[in-house]
Design a protein around this ligand. Structure first.
Ligand code: NA7
Length: 559
């Protein structure tokens, strides 16, 4: 059974629905949120999802080579022992179809579909101050009312199609990786162009090269990448994982990035050149995002980082046969892992193929898209298919594409004009009873995302339970608490090298005109969890809680 075969029908234009909670998005976050609130607290909830199926990111990102960069055994839900025991992963890193199957399986297992309305895009959410509830409208003309609004919209869901002159004149086929056509794209024998060499470009480029007549890669910023070393799942390893899931899951919440491994204890600078080289070689052979954890200080000390950056540069020169191409592929503008570090399967090797060419659009920028292809300042490249692997309006885009209005009718767009502001990445002052799951200010995409999601979902459902038990109707982050959190997010980023990558989507650098603010909390998951625990233990310190009024409608919210 898939989400395409069975879903809750839309209620129709002009219709109204009243719920305790409306959740936007049916990915990892929205589905678990629904399970916690409906099955845990007994609330009435509806999930509104724009896509035609559940799965969020894994519904949309169907491009060839789409695969998770975290290992499958821990990029998964931990909340159900039964689920983690019965699900069998087939590869070390699960490919998109397998993760989508997994999320569909979870949707069925927890009987979530009956409260998920697919094909429904939320267009606006407006807070009604008198009723302390949200009015949510959809593209189908429906209206919903709910005491709580929970955004589970994902940090990387608002596709960034660059505004390049002439795109509408292109006579070939074009698409963005994050909105991949369900029917797929035929590259066989065609002249294909890929714009973008982030994690997505690095995954799709080797796959397209295998099929295309000719592939031209338009690269603006070269990227570091480390081999993934994907392999079929070893049954003995899977068995061992299942026997030790408790320990693995605890470990995930105790490491800065939510991975089940320790960061190296040594500084890259305290070992000899030979020892360092041997450690990098071993990490390169093992592959995975773990390369970043080889030493304790790669993300905080530039000199230490230089050793890792230079090691990867030397690997690029070693792998890529044409020295000019190798040089164009070599990153110098940012330290390794200050942008989200990709991992790959044969990425640099792909440039040794006869049917692949690289165009440096930093030195010769794209001027326009013509009916026939792409014209740079140097040449015109004729293409049959053009793929934008150009990323997302990350962390804020999905919010700002909706018209969200809080107290006094103030829009979120206005509130976030100079960059996003949240308290703990969980609430926004001026927007009562609205919770954000892996929004800006959360460790979110600096961690294994499902781990952060599960933490947030549990924190939010505990908070709602606290409110119901205590007879509170409304919760709102205080401006002071929010200001202090924004400061803390800035300080945490400032203790790392992350802000050095100026074109990174972590700080909005990939979107022209977007405020340059470092958005995720870089202080590490354990510290973040501890802060959130303390806030809750102190009766939700930093939030204003308002007691329930005894109206008939409010009564429906009580157990
Ligand atoms: P990213 O990491 O934002 O990468 C987008 C790529 O597209 C990057 O190389 C950009 O170059 C390039 N880009 C963006 N706009 C343009 C224009 N106008 N012209 C040329 N090149 C452009 O997105 P991904 O989808 O790869 O990855 C996003 C996350 O998904 C990833 O980090 C994982 O967390 C999962 P730039 O570097 O900006 O010069």
């Amino acid at each position: 059974m898939t989400g395409l075969q069975q879903n809750l029908p839309k209620t129709g234009a002009g219709s109204m629905g009243e719920f305790d909670v409306i959740i936007i998005g049916a990915g990892f976050a929205g589905m678990y949120m629904l399970h916690r609130l409906r099955d845990g607290l007994g609330l009435s909830a509806r999930v509104l999802e724009a896509a035609s199926g559940v799965g969020g990111t894994w519904h949309w990102n169907r491009y060839p080579g789409a695969r998770c960069d975290s290992e499958s055994y821990y990029y998964s839900y931990s909340f159900s022992e039964e689920l983690q025991q019965e699900w069998e992963w087939t590869e070390k890193y699960a490919a998109q179809p397998e993760i989508l199957r997994y999320l569909n399986y979870a949707a069925d297992k927890f009987d979530l579909r009956r409260d998920i309305q697919l094909g429904t895009r939320v267009t606006s959410a407006i807070f009604d101050e008198d009723g302390n509830r949200w009015e949510i409208r959809t593209d189908g003309g429906e209206r919903f009312f709910a005491q709580f609004l929970i955004t589970a919209v994902g940090g990387l869901s608002a596709a960034n199609v660059p505004d390049i002159k002439g795109l509408d004149t292109f006579e070939g086929e074009w698409c963005h990786t994050g909105e991949w056509p369900q029917e797929g794209v035929d590259f066989a024998g065609k002249r294909v162009g890929v714009v973008g060499t982030g994690s997505t470009g690095i995954q799709i480029i080797p796959k397209i090269a295998e099929e295309a007549g000719h592939l031209t890669v338009f690269q603006r910023t070269p990227n570091y990448s480390v081999p993934a070393r994907n392999a079929p799942m070893d049954p003995a390893f899977q068995e061992q994982v299942k026997a030790n899931y408790d320990e693995i899951r605890q470990k995930q919440r105790k490491t800065p990035a939510g991975h089940p491994w320790d960061v190296g204890k040594k500084s890259a600078l305290e070992v000899s050149q030979d020892e360092r080289q041997a450690m990098y070689e071993a990490a390169w052979e093992r592959g995975s995002l773990r390369f970043r954890s080889t030493f304790s200080d790669l993300i905080i000390n530039k000199e230490a980082n230089d050793t890792a950056s230079e090691f990867i540069r030397s690997k690029i020169r070693e792998i890529v046969e044409d020295p000019t191409v190798a040089e164009t592929l070599t990153p110098y503008d940012h330290p390794y892992a200050t942008k989200r570090p990709p991992i790959d399967t044969d990425y640099f090797e792909t440039y040794n193929r006869d049917n692949v060419s690289l165009v440096d659009v930093k030195s010769s920028p794209i001027q326009e898209i013509t009916p026939k292809g792409i014209r740079t300042t140097d040449a015109e490249y004729e293409l049959d298919v053009l793929v934008f692997a150009t990323g997302y309006d990350a962390l804020t885009g999905a919010y700002l594409r909706m018209d969200i209005r809080g107290k006094g009718g103030r829009s979120l767009k206005e509130k976030w004009e100079a960059g996003p502001r949240t308290y703990l990445g969980l609430q926004i002052a001026g927007f009562p009873n609205m919770f954000t799951i892996v929004g800006p200010g959360s460790p979110s995409i600096l961690t294994n995302v499902p781990t952060s999601i599960e933490h947030h979902v549990e924190w939010v459902s505990d908070c709602i339970e606290y409110m119901r038990e205590g007879g509170f109707e409304r919760i709102e982050a205080n401006v002071d608490a929010e200001d202090a959190w924004v400061e803390r997010v800035n300080e945490a980023a400032g203790r790392t090298l992350l802000p050095m990558a100026q074109s990174s989507w972590f700080l909005g650098g990939n979107i022209p005109g977007k405020p340059r603010v470092f958005m995720p909390y870089a202080g590490g998951l354990p510290t973040y969890i501890q802060i959130c625990d303390e806030v809750a233990a102190k009766g939700y310190e930093g939030f204003a809680l308002t007691a329930q009024r005894s109206t008939a409608r409010d009564g429906a919210l009580k157990k």
